[in-house]
Design a protein around this ligand. Structure first.
Ligand code: GDP
Length: 292
């Protein structure tokens, strides 16, 4: 599991910002443009600019290298304001994975199963998105590659809550450490989707507590992604965020923005389509990748 930020392009917007001989008016304009361009959003951008201007004045520095260090520290402090630790100590630890279709939910579950099995944990994956037969097959293929068991619906359109129940029941009977449950993501019927998620939660909770509800978000979607997150947070009891598609993206500011706006910690980062391309979220590594 790569913990390094080597392959990321998150820092693209920041590169070249600090090569001026001195901090001047242009520096602040360029920094604002870079932060907006990297998808920090207007509110976070203003907060960061205010903080840095105040610090630069207080320390009476005109050295761009100082500003760069202050920026990295400011980002790290904000990123670290939330606890990214996954709570997986129950046995079985039940993890619901939610999010709209297309964000990378299936891929993330495959990668997460691999993340866990490679650390010696046993995993069962439940395909509770029962309306998309192809999605069930895709999920099963990922899970099998990761060395996880799979619980599939017996027929297309089976009640998702019953598949979720069978998955946790399987984990309990076989002593499996972690049950990861995929859920539907059809956005067209938002209230239907939220009702379905609520039912899955209710049924699973009959067998024991839910350890984590992870919301998967596409890191390239900006404010739409934040709005999507808020709907799920309101209805689905989200405990952590997974941000995908950050490989090759210059939009890494989304991570800080969505965490600050929703108050929910980022727990995992997806950075590619391969089974190993998921990492835990490490604020100082991420801050360093944003300001290389
Ligand atoms: P779902 O509909 O939410 O289950 O989405 P999928 O898991 O099927 O993923 C949708 C597309 O996004 C697929 O082409 C994936 O390969 C791609 N994808 C998922 N995660 C990542 C990621 O972290 N980086 C990149 N570059 N692509 C990803």
């Amino acid at each position: 599991m790569a913990e390094s930020a080597g392959g990321w392009r998150l820092g693209g917007a920041m590169r070249g910002l600090f090569t001026r001989p001195t901090i001047d008016e242009g520096t602040w304009d360029d920094l604002e443009t870079a932060l907006i361009g990297a998808d920090f959003g207007p509110d976070v951008t203003d907060e960061i600019l205010d903080q840095l201007q105040e610090q630069v004045n207080r320390f009476r520095t005109t050295d761009p290298a100082d500003l760069k260090r202050m920026l990295r520290e400011a980002l790290e402090e904000r990123l670290a304001a939330f606890d990214p630790t996954l709570t997986l100590s129950d046995r079985p630890a039940v993890v619901l994975v939610v999010g709209v279709n297309g964000v990378g939910k299936t891929t993330t579950i495959g990668k997460f199963a691999q993340f866990l099995t490679s650390r010696g944990r046993s995993v069962v994956v439940g395909a509770a998105d029962t309306f998309r037969a192809a999605a069930v097959d895709q999920l099963a293929t990922w899970a099998e590659r990761a060395g996880a068991d799979v619980v599939r619906p017996q027929q297309q359109g089976q009640d998702p809550a019953s598949v979720a129940y069978q998955t946790v029941d399987h984990a309990t009977r076989t002593g499996t450490d972690i049950a990861i449950i995929d859920t539907a993501g059809r956005l067209q019927t938002k209230s239907g989707l939220m009702d379905e998620l609520a039912k899955v939660r209710r049924v699973v909770e009959k067998l024991g507590p839910i350890a984590e509800v992870l919301l998967v978000l596409d890191g390239t979607t900006g404010q739409n992604g934040v709005a999507q997150a808020e709907a799920f947070i309101e209805h689905a009891g989200v405990t952590g965020l997974v941000v995908t598609k950050l490989d090759g993206s210059a939009k890494g500011g989304f991570v800080l923005r969505v965490q600050q706006q929703t108050g929910i910690p980022i727990k995992l980062i997806g950075q590619g389509e391969g089974i190993g391309d998921l990492t835990g979220f490490t604020p100082h590594v991420f801050a360093a990748s944003l300001v290389p």
